[in-house]
Design a protein around this ligand. Structure first.
Ligand SMILES: [Zn+2]
Length: 469
């Protein structure tokens, strides 16, 4: 199967039969099929303003028919799958207010001119391609104010004769496209709107354009508009998500200093989660080192990003994202960053009152995830292995979770408290009805008895550590 990226957001994979990804599809649907609450408020307001004496029954009927209208429009648009071209047309048409009228018209004219260049010569016969090109260039000049009204009129009439067409340019055929390029602004506005509304049905010959060619045209002329739409929608979604899924991310701007001012620090688990251990992120940049120290508690360091060295007792060992270091009580230790610039060396420290029963080892005890020795878990949907090195005992259960090439973990729930820490790759976490994008260093609170899963992206190995108690 060929994985094709969504031509609207260039991020997610297309979800057939649609020509766009699931996220872009849902975003458009939200706009096109307003919720009942939104529709009710809109209709009520309109009636209050225009027909203050209307019967309640009439208002209700109007709400019902408005709901039905939008739903039917959406159903017919998505019958056989939503096409990227349709979505792009709606987004571009909605962006009419950008940035000044003149600049906006200029771009629309350039789009139409380019579209004409993509269409077959035969459509404009008996005019030649050279005549057509000369005409569309002149139309662009007209919009730039470089042409008098008299010259416009004359060139327009001449071209009508060249293409042997003397009908109303609003007739829906592609031959009319050059003609409406030279209409007055009001008429062009009106034509453009019609054109955008029915871009697929109303320009039948334009079907000779492949969807890829249409999208090339849209991105060439309205790339900023499409990008803006995607980022606004995702921002809205992200805000909604962080409200319901409890996620912490290390943020150097709001972090505090710790260990005699040698590192930046921040709590690891989301606020409100009671844990059987203490916790703190450690953050270093520019080849710096943390002040060395020892304490009576057992501890692990989970490296979340970057590379460095851990020093433990008299030994040194290189560590990288995903590694977990055991720090037995009473042993002197420190971390040293090997990133030379502002790239972070970030780890999470979890520590607790020492528990006897660890299996002593020679040297520094480090665990790393290895997919070749890991075992299948969660109905064979993920690979898993232990997180805490065997030389210390932890007051919680723990497992790495790993998706090698997309797919998702079995959806499941349990009465225990849990959090996930992402160690490499980006993917999605779903908790209850909510979903959020997560990446290295993100810590996600999984409340007891909530259904949850992790979703990877094809081609991007996704590793996290789970801790529960
Ligand atoms: Zn998309």
């Amino acid at each position: 199967m060929i994985h094709k990226t969504c031509p609207i957001c260039s991020r997610e994979e297309i979800l057939p039969p649609n020509g766009v990804c699931r996220i872009c599809y849902e975003h458009l649907k939200e706009d096109e099929v307003p919720s009942r609450e939104k529709m009710t408020a809109g209709v009520r307001k309109r009636f209050r303003e225009n027909y203050p004496n209307a019967a309640q029954e009439t208002v209700e009927k109007n709400i019902e028919s408005a709901m039905k209208f939008h739903q039917e429009k959406w159903d017919s648009m998505t019958k056989g799958g939503l096409k990227a071209v349709q979505l792009a047309a709606i987004v571009v048409d909605d962006a009419k207010h950008l940035p000044t009228w003149k600049a906006w018209h200029r771009r629309r004219i350039a789009f139409v001119s380019d579209l004409i260049a993509f269409l077959p010569d035969a459509l404009f016969a008996p005019a030649t391609r050279a005549q057509l090109n000369r005409y569309t260039r002149t139309a662009v000049d007209y919009w730039d104010g470089k042409l008098s009204e008299e010259s416009r009129e004359q060139i327009y009439r001449e071209f009508e004769i060249q293409i042997d067409k003397k009908t109303n340019p609003s007739t829906w055929d592609e031959k009319s496209l050059p003609l409406w390029m030279m209409q007055t602004r009001d008429f062009f506005d009106w034509m453009w709107e019609q054109f955008m509304d029915c871009i697929y049905e109303c320009v039948p010959e334009a079907h000779e354009l492949s969807d890829d060619e249409w999208m090339l045209l849209y991105h060439r002329h309205f790339n900023d508009v499409l990008k803006q739409w995607v980022s606004n929608k995702n921002k809205h979604k992200r805000e909604a998500n962080t409200m319901s899924i409890n996620i912490t991310r290390f943020d150097a701007k709001t972090a505090y200093t710790s260990h005699e001012g040698t590192i930046l620090a921040q709590p690891v688990t989301p606020p409100g989660l009671e844990t059987p251990f203490w916790h703190q992120y450690g953050h270093l940049t520019r080849s710096r080192a943390m002040a060395g120290h020892a304490h009576p508690t057992d501890e692990i360091y989970i490296v979340c990003a970057g590379t460095g060295y851990v020093m433990l007792g008299g030994e040194v060992r290189p560590v990288k994202a995903g590694d977990v270091v055991a720090i037995p009580h009473g042993v002197w230790h420190t971390m040293i960053c090997t990133e030379r610039d502002e790239e972070p060396f970030l780890w999470a420290a979890l520590w607790w009152d020492a528990i006897p029963g660890g299996v002593p080892t020679d040297g520094i005890d480090v665990l790393a995830f290895d997919r070749h020795t890991a075992h299948q878990a969660h109905e064979n949907t993920i690979l898993a292995s232990e997180v805490v090195p065997a030389s210390i005992k932890a007051p919680f259960d723990h497992a790495y979770g790993y998706l090698h090439d997309g797919g998702s973990m079995e959806l499941h729930k349990h009465p225990t408290h849990e959090f996930y820490m992402v160690l490499s790759g980006t993917g999605y976490v779903a908790v209850g009805d909510e979903q959020a994008k997560v990446g290295p260093g993100d810590v996600i609170d999984i409340p007891p008895n909530e259904l949850h899963t992790m979703i990877g992206k094809p081609g991007e190995p996704f590793l996290w550590a789970a801790f529960w108690w």
